[in-house]
Design a binder for this molecule. Sequence first.
Ligand SMILES: Cc1ncc(COP(=O)(O)O)c(C=O)c1O
Length: 369
Amino acid sequence: MNIPFLDLKTQFREIEGEVLPMVKEAMENAAFIGGPQVSGFETEFAAFCESKYCVGVNSGTDSLRFALMAAGIGPGDEVITVPHTFIATSEAISQVGAKPVFVDILPDTYNMNASKIQRAIGPKTKAVIPVHIYGQPADMDSILEIAKKKNLVVIEDACQAHGSLYKGKKAGSMGSVGCFSFYPGKNLGAYGEGGAVVTQSEDIANKIRMIRDHGQAKKYFHDMEGYNGRLDAIQAGVLRIKLRRLPAWNEARRRNAQYYNESLSPIKGVTVPTEADGCHHVYHLYVILVDNRDGLQKYLNDKGVGTGLHYPVPLHLQKAYAYKGYKEGDFPVTESVAKRLLSLPMFPELTKAQIEYVAECIKQFMAKK
Ligand SMILES: Cc1ncc(COP(=O)(O)O)c(C=O)c1O
């Protein structure tokens, strides 16, 4: 059997009857930037995220960068986040001129360990960015509580968590701003680059609308310098078509995670994902931990099973951050998880038979040890 890590082609066949006429209409109307598709998507995604406002931007990275700028964070400020995330989270902090400060993660959910925040707070700390890693919200009650006490802005990196819930609340709706990526492989993915911020604050939404469009509230009247960071109309049209199916697709991911859990939990040496109490995980990624991760990855590859590593080198040990002087041992949970993690095929259209095949291959490998 050949099982890709991600299959976007099957999903396209399901929606092509809607996507292709939408693209044709955009071309015929020469409506590419802004317009009703973008505003329509923003209204629908804000409602989906139980947030008052949504502003479409060019990528998840832009959403984080613009959220930080709108919060007034810049040179001299420090922002707390985790080393177990995609580099875009910390890049955004550095790119507004602030300094990323890392705290370790929890060993069961791989999300920010809120009990580590206090010690990382200094006089320059202005914000905290929890990352809802793999599709499961971080421990938001604890993070919001400490942020409130210390007057910190909370920006949710929900780039992997479209539609996930924390105690009934939508990811992205709990902090000052929620940031989303629509990179094609995400649970809600565009057919190109895309991102969005959601917020309950009209002021923040207005600021980000200006930042994404060269600092102009009115054409050619620039109140500030901004960026070319807009979501384009064709991507917004694709996202509207996909958003209608997202709840069902997330449920399919959850069902697939359940099949994996049932097959893999009995295998000695395999740690399956944990869904924390009160969390509704949407399994952007289904990540297991095993000691001989490289061996298993190679074995699965030989058996036709695609896998991924999210992420094999923690941020504090990346060359890009060598100047910060972090060393091995600084964030032991992150480091231990990074050595053992393996992302298995996960997408809504994955079949039970495919999952059983992956699980059978893992069982064979673990029995050989
Ligand atoms: C946790 C996290 N943050 C930020 C991003 C950046 O999103 P984008 O690739 O759309 O810029 C991603 C996407 O890969 C992500 O997974």
